[in-house]
Write a protein that binds this ligand. Structure first.
Ligand code: GLY
Length: 364
């Protein structure tokens, strides 16, 4: 069976790795190099508890994916020779006022009731755990099971592992999907017909621009996230720190990834003065020591936003088509579970999670 995957980001490449294991003939199509867009723009937080607003299908999907990471990271490192820097850092959601502290208390309560590990810390307890965290912190929710990975290393490892498993990578521009008698049977790649028994669209924010994929740009749009990488001689904190949209992700080597903004600004990847100052203000508020850090790099990525913030995962509008896109703020986190679920769909197995909430056609 021949499978063509449109998009060589973390989703497309992870799916390719999974399908190649089932001895399928898999080709990944990418305009640029694997992971050139949102996948390597990400901070790499594996933090469903830090992101979750309430229990529900997204939390379940995210928790299942987080659970797959330790063994996935090991397998990828063993196959590729690249350590993906999976780091069990834990995470703290910070509150700077009494009102924030009450919100955090409620978050901790519903997460504990859902059976997750979470606790509420006082400001003094936060500073005992992280002496370089801001003195103005009133309280924090502690999520000891939310961790991180380095997305650039992950993409290297994934693409090497995929190539070793026999996946073909092709560079080119997909002009549209091929259709015969109401069925998708491949893609038009720069004018060449590339026939396939199954076509998988995993092109992130660009998925809604592919003619024939039937993804309405109203329902899937790019959401820009501006990011800054700082560096200090030693990591200033051990935990991921987050407050509102602002976060600080400390790598083991003193590099610190800071985010972010969420802007529906079209396909515009500029870093703006306002975006940069917002990201730096959030980061230095959480960890004032970062004021003296060196700015190493700044960039922006385009996350695939969906109207209900859930991924589009499952059969497309016609036979022969699967969609795995719209992972919005959680692409790195959701890659292993997405690959696993797509593998189950392709092999005709019952999926280990109900995909109904994620139906690509749910928007009508
Ligand atoms: N999950 C982090 C972000 O989207 O910026």
């Amino acid at each position: 069976m021949k499978v063509v995957i449109v998009g060589g980001g973390v989703m497309g490449t992870a799916i390719a790795c999974e399908l190649a294991q089932s001895k399928l003939d898999v080709t990944v199509l990418e305009r640029s190099i694997p992971g050139a867009e949102a996948s390597t723009a990400a901070a790499g937080m594996l933090a469903p508890q830090l992101e979750a607003q309430a229990p529900g299908p997204m939390l379940e999907l995210s928790m299942r994916s987080r659970g797959l990471y330790p063994s996935w990271a090991k397998t990828l490192a063993a196959e590729s020779g690249v350590d993906v820097a999976y780091l069990e850092s834990g995470a703290l959601q910070l509150g700077y006022s009494d009102a924030h502290a009450h919100e955090l208390e409620a978050t901790v309560a519903w997460q504990q009731a859902a059976g997750l590990r979470a606790s509420l810390l006082t400001g003094a307890e936060v500073r005992a755990l992280e002496p370089n965290a801001a003195p103005e912190i009133e309280a924090a929710a502690h999520f000891p099971d939310d961790h991180q990975v380095d997305p650039k290393k992950l993409m290297q490892a994934l693409s090497l592992a995929a190539a070793k498993r026999g996946v073909t990578f092709k560079t080119g521009y997909v002009r549209g999907l091929l259709q015969t008698s109401g069925k998708v049977d491949g893609v038009d790649l720069d004018g060449e017909a590339l026939k396939a028994d199954l076509t998988i669209v995993a092109a992130g924010s660009w998925s809604s621009l592919i003619p024939g994929a039937a993804i309405d740009p109203k329902h899937l749009k790019p959401a820009r996230g501006q990011m800054v990488e700082l560096v200090l001689r030693l990591p200033p904190v051990k935990h991921i720190l987050k407050a509102g949209l602002g976060y600080v992700v400390p790598r083991a080597d003193g590099h610190v990834i800071c985010g972010t903004t969420v802007e529906l600004a079209g396909y515009d990847k500029r870093v703006t003065a306002e975006g940069l100052s917002t990201v730096l203000a959030q980061a230095t508020r959480a960890c004032p020591m970062l004021k003296d850090a060196t700015v190493e790099h700044f960039w922006a990525g385009l996350r695939p936003w969906t109207e209900d913030a859930l991924p589009m995962l499952g059969p497309g509008s016609q036979p022969g088509l699967l969609i795995a896109s719209g992972h919005y703020r959680n692409g790195i986190l959701l890659a292993p579970i997405t690959a696993k679920l797509v593998g189950q769909l392709v092999r005709g197995e019952r999926t280990s999670i109900d995909l109904a909430p994620f139906r690509p056609q749910r928007f009508g």
